[in-house]
Design a protein around this ligand. Structure first.
Ligand code: ACO
Length: 337
């Protein structure tokens, strides 16, 4: 079957207004700006207000992507939302976002692949458009991770932040632009390394799970670090090899924003010079499924993604899962501020 080429035509993002700095965190945690910034590269993050959830951020990002593309929610054929901090276990956050943007009747579902969710959702949306099952797919990464954080655990509390990003997938006019390929993978031996242990059917909510603080993210940071540094390189090489591209062809490397030392190590191993690596981790922390679309929007706004650029995105996270996507961008529509 001949597949249609698929392009990422528009992007929209939204971040909460409230800024929480490392100094703010060190008022309540045994930590410091010096420790957090040297060990992770993070200086501040955005945090939602009480009562705000992932869909509130995702809906704004989605509306901005639609406005940038000049289309209505009614024009969408599918909405896929990636999130590790969904509003609820069910119904899907995609359904809440659909209601907010007015996508009545449009199929909508969530995809669970933790921080790799945005790349997995991109691969899924790409398959729908490439096969002709859909013409316009909205892929949203929406996170209110701060609600899943144990604010007494300095090993995780300092790393994460909230935000959302959405991209529109459409058929490309020619094979000169659009999504070139993916590499997706998962190592199930690492399920213990990063998880939110309670609240699902394995450990449903009880007084014990609450008092043991099992409803928050638990992470073995050192092991996740080693895993990430390894898979970013191998996955990036695989997607480039399969696509007949070389490292030197990559105009911009957009890795998941978890830790600047992971990003630097991966870029060094791949031989990508710093000026071709995008990072905004300093200001947002790890926004999980939102991190890559937040980078795409900022990179386009700053002229670091322009028409014709080859962009390599790599995500990783709980699973332990990973995913890479190689894209030749055309015009990436965004709302000009
Ligand atoms: N402030 C001060 N000290 C701290 C803090 C903190 N916030 N957190 C940990 N420490 C202490 C530890 O207790 C430890 O003390 P000890 O030596 O007395 O035991 C010391 O600092 C060193 O701890 P390490 O864990 O070895 O520190 P490391 O340099 O590995 O950095 C970090 C920790 C930042 C968590 C790092 O391992 C990391 O980034 N890992 C990857 C995490 C990640 O990317 N997760 C998400 C990916 S997937 C997703 O996005 C969901």
């Amino acid at each position: 079957m001949k597949h249609r080429p698929v392009k990422i035509s528009a992007v929209g993002t939204h971040i909460p207004a409230r800024v929480v700095t490392n100094d703010d965190l060190s008022l309540t945690l045994d930590t410091s700006d010096e420790w957090i910034s040297t060990r992770s590269g993070i200086r501040e993050r955005r945090i939602v207000e009480n009562g705000e959830a992932a869909s509130d951020l995702g809906a704004v990002a989605a509306s901005r992507a639609l406005e940038a593309a000049g289309i209505d929610a009614a024009d969408l054929d599918l909405i896929i939302v990636a999130s590790l901090s969904p509003d609820m276990l069910f119904p899907s956050t995609a359904s809440f976002i659909s209601a907010k943007i007015g996508a009545d009747g449009t199929p909508a579902f969530d995809l669970s692949a933790a921080c790799t969710g945005f790349i997995y959702a991109l691969a899924t949306g790409n398959a729908f458009v490439a096969s002709g099952q859909a013409d316009r797919v909205l892929v949203v990464g929406a996170e209110a991770v701060s609600k899943m954080i144990d604010w007494t655990d300095r090993g995780t509390a300092v790393l994460f932040g909230d935000g959302a990003g959405a991209v529109l997938l459409e058929p490309a006019d020619s094979r000169d632009e659009g999504i070139i390929g993916f590499d997706l993978g998962n190592d199930p031996s690492g399920t213990e390394m990063l998880q939110l242990p309670a609240g699902g059917s394995r450990n449903p909510a009880t007084e014990e799970t609450v008092s043991a603080r099992q409803h928050f993210i638990k992470m073995n940071g050192r092991e996740v670090f080693k895993f990430a540094a390894r898979v970013i390189e191998s996955s990036a090489r695989k997607v480039l090899d399969r696509s007949g591209c070389k490292i030197g062809d990559v105009d911009l490397f957009v890795p998941h924003q978890a830790n600047i030392r992971i990003i630097d190590a991966a870029a060094r191993k791949l031989g990508i010079p710093p000026e071709r690596v995008f990072s905004n981790l300093e200001r947002y922390g790890n926004t999980s499924c939102a991190s890559i679309p937040l980078c795409l929007e900022e990179a386009a706004a700053g002229g670091r993604i322009t028409s014709g650029d080859l962009v390599l995105m790599v995500g990783f996270g709980a699973g332990l899962a990973w995913g890479s996507c190689l894209v030749r961008f055309g015009d990436l529509q965004r709302i000009q501020e």
